[in-house]
Design a protein around this ligand. Structure first.
Ligand code: BES
Ligand code: MN
Ligand code: MN
Length: 467
């Protein structure tokens, strides 16, 4: 670590409490992107963020879209020849229901056990804030950054990033970068910094079974009228085989085999199956028996039922034959599956289960491509040095089962390496009640990102000699 960096690290340590308080303001804004009654709040978060960027000396703009606005911030004052880093994040958050399960209210950020509890603390406002702290520390200590920085923050990640794709295509000149840095993922384990080498893709559907035009008395009509809840149940049950593989014909056709070296790398990670089970409260794990648990989570495609709704579910008994039933079903994809192909396969699978008297429709809500990369080269080396300085140990290369649909699009459009360096932790309750961010990771993450900017200064030359 250079002496130049000592002041930056001191600044970060000295401003920790203040930074957490500022992040708390951001977290108080209820920017739930998928719920229309929060659309004003989503816009409020975008405006708040633009002001935060401006206050720290960046130029920032709001770009309206057909949905929620995109916030774009830039600082291009680095010396000639310095690289440009693109930071991507999202300011939207997931719904908070079930509200009763929260120990402290989701939009009243609260510190307990050195964790900051709030919706969006880990996913992704808190992780975006880590980058902002690193930038502010450099600005405060040196009046400048060692690299040019472009920050792209969207408000629709949790709903599939529909409007970001055309924006990237239209603005790819302005977004051009030597390296893309994203913190929107957990680390492999506490104290073990991680760089990700893969994300799964996504194809998300709504399946609807429509029977009679209205709910019916199940005694007056049951026996002669097909029950859409039963039809839907058959469909859902047909999605998996007894061996837990996905039973949609053709589903595995495009799935690529993993390289033996990748499998070996995953097997070498310190994964504790018993701990994993006890943390989530299950007595046994499921899935494809020919693959290790981490491989099933990171490298294999899946099908999940996310929700089912039909008929009477209130207290007591009600005899009713429901008029309709629907379910939300998603598939996680791996290279070289595509959402379009999965949509085609699912449609023909369901067509094969047609039942007279019930009309079944399938609608794709959103889709995103899987991403995987060779984690090697000068950008990765720079990340390794930065993470080692901050965390006192080298990062592991991990995979992830989650999806950030835009990663693949960004990489394709900009032709730059992607560094997925997250500071969340397993157990952080992302998308669930009581989401939290480790304040220790918040601090170490800011040190790491501040170091990364310095480590990336040589990137353009190194990338040339590497090519
Ligand atoms: N930050 C997550 C992605 C993530 C979570 C990656 C955990 C790796 C591990 C992101 O905000 C997210 O939730 N993505 C959605 C996809 C989206 C299309 C709704 C997901 O993975 O379900
Ligand atoms: Mn996220
Ligand atoms: Mn998320």
């Amino acid at each position: 670590m250079s002496s130049d960096m000592n002041t930056v690290h001191d600044w970060l340590n000295a401003h920790l409490t203040e930074s957490v308080e500022e992040l708390a303001q951001f977290l108080r804004i209820e920017s739930v992107s998928t719920q229309p009654h929060h659309s004003r709040d989503v816009e409020k978060a975008a405006l708040w963020l633009r002001n935060a960027f401006t206050a720290m000396g960046m130029s920032a703009e709001l770009h309206p879209t057909g949905g929620h606005p995109i916030v774009l911030a830039e600082w291009r004052g680095a010396p000639p020849g310095a690289p440009t880093i693109l930071i991507y994040a999202h300011y939207d958050v997931q719904p908070v229901e079930p509200l009763a399960e929260w120990t402290s209210p989701p939009f009243e950020p609260t510190v307990r056990d050195n964790r900051l509890y709030a919706r969006g603390a880990a996913d992704d406002k808190g992780q975006l804030w880590i980058h902002l702290m690193a930038i502010r520390a450099h600005m405060a200590c040196h009046g400048a950054l060692p690299v040019n920085v472009v920050i792209l923050v969207e408000g629709e990640e949790e709903m599939g990033s529909k409007h970001l794709r055309p924006f990237i295509d239209a603005q790819c000149g302005r977004l051009a970068a030597d390296c893309i840095v994203i913190s929107d993922t957990p680390m492999f384990a506490e104290g073990i910094p991680s760089v990700l080498s893969s994300l799964r893709g996504m194809a998300y559907f709504e399946i609807r079974c429509q029977g009679p035009s209205s709910d019916l008395h199940s005694g007056q009509y049951g026996g002669a009228v097909r029950n859409p809840a039963a039809t839907l149940s058959r469909i859902l049950a047909s999605l998996h085989g007894d061996d837990d593989t996905v039973a949609v014909r053709g589903f595995y056709d495009e799935v690529q085999n993993q390289a033996p070296a990748d499998r070996a790398r995953i097997r070498a990670l310190p994964f504790d199956e018993e701990l994993f089970k006890s943390e989530i409260g299950v007595t046994a794990l499921a899935g494809e028996k020919d693959f290790e648990v981490l491989e099933r989570l990171w490298k294999r495609p899946t099908c999940e039922v996310n929700g089912i709704l039909s008929g009477y579910t209130g207290e007591g008994a009600k005899t009713v034959l429901p008029a309709s039933a629907f379910a939300k079903v998603s598939f996680r994809l791996v290279p070289a599956q595509t959402p379009q192909e999965i949509e085609r396969l699912l449609a023909s699978h369901i067509a094969g289960l047609a039942a007279d008297g019930v009309t079944t429709t399938v609608r794709m809500l959103h889709g995103g491509m899987p991403w995987s990369a060779d984690v090697a080269g000068p950008a990765f080396d720079a990340a390794q040095r930065a993470l080692t300085t901050a965390f006192g140990r080298a990062a592991v290369i991990a995979g992830s089962g989650g999806s950030i649909p835009i990663v693949r699009d960004l990489e394709d459009a900009l032709g730059a390496p992607v560094l997925l360096i997250g500071f969340g932790l397993v157990g952080e309750n992302a998308h669930a009640p009581n989401e939290w961010l480790s304040l220790n990771n918040f601090r170490l993450g800011a040190h790491a990102i501040a170091e990364l900017f310095v480590e990336l200064v040589q990137l353009p030359e190194l990338a040339e000699s590497h090519a």
